[in-house]
Ligand binder design. Structure first.
Ligand code: UDP
Length: 239
């Protein structure tokens, strides 16, 4: 786990957002992974995914509180969280402010529709150049369309590892664009799924809210998070 914690940027949220904004202004490119324990555990069992996470061109930040806790247990310097939902929202804000273009790929058709409405209402100066749900078969074809449109921001909401694999596979073609795998963020931002109440967020307990409001996540959550904790404890014993 140490290699992941070393890779994850320990940067304050505001500072990170500024950095991303600069990349947008300079028309450079960036690929961001917002990691939680599930991300790291998936990398442990999937070499291709691990390579993507550790690749020099990939920027990884800590989304889940479990990542911070795990790093702390290994006495590593990692304290700042960048939440995927916050990052996605900030990118919409920047697109509006800088009149930049954005492409959305992922989530259910009704969610992507709500995203379009929400953007035209709340971020009218953002140029939405594409909005495709995540249940279309040929996603590579969608990336051809993305390439044609050269958007400034590309948000891919397919869940791990598909969103990262898809972005990474196509990333080298691009010279500009902020590419982020945003998981279930469209569901939350569009209002289709409720975000945890503030008190849960303040106490770093949004994971608890999420698994209690969606019990089907329980198994996935416990299996990866418990294995993660065991792995950390084992590594702690080694040094
Ligand atoms: N999704 C999709 N196509 C698929 C499978 C999933 O677009 O074939 C979407 C799903 O609708 C949801 C997102 O991907 O909006 C994944 O959300 P989840 O909360 O599971 O991701 P996490 O943030 O936990 O990785």
């Amino acid at each position: 786990m140490r290699e992941y914690f070393e890779k994850i940027e320990n940067i304050q949220e505001l500072e990170f957002f500024e950095k991303v904004k600069n990349k947008m202004v300079e028309e450079e490119k960036m690929f961001i992974v917002t990691a939680n324990p599930e991300t790291l555990m998936f990398a442990e069992k999937d070499d291709e995914f691990k390579k993507i996470i550790l690749a020099p061109e990939t920027t990884v930040v800590a989304d889940g509180i479990g990542v911070i806790k795990g790093a702390k247990m290994l006495k590593m310097d990692l304290e700042h969280r960048i939440l995927g939902v916050n990052l996605a929202t900030k990118l919409l804000f920047y697109c509006n402010e800088l009149e930049k273009s954005i492409y959305l790929l992922g989530a259910k058709p009704e969610v992507i529709e709500k995203m379009q409405e929400m953007i035209s209402m709340n971020y009218p100066k953002a140029k939405l150049v594409g909005a495709v749900d995540g249940y279309v078969k040929d996603k590579d074809k969608i990336f051809d369309d993305i390439y044609k449109k050269q958007p400034d921001v590309v948000l891919v909401a397919l869940g791990i590892p598909n969103q990262e694999k898809l972005i990474y596979k196509n990333y080298s073609r691009f010279n500009k664009g902020i590419f982020v795998g945003v998981g279930g963020s469209f569901d939350v931002i569009s209002g289709s799924k409720k975000r945890a109440p503030d008190i849960f967020i303040k106490l770093n307990l949004e994971w608890l809210y999420r698994i209690t409001s969606e019990p089907k996540r329980l198994k996935r959550f416990f299996s990866s998070n418990i294995k993660y904790m065991f792995k950390i404890i084992k590594e702690r014993g080694k040094k």
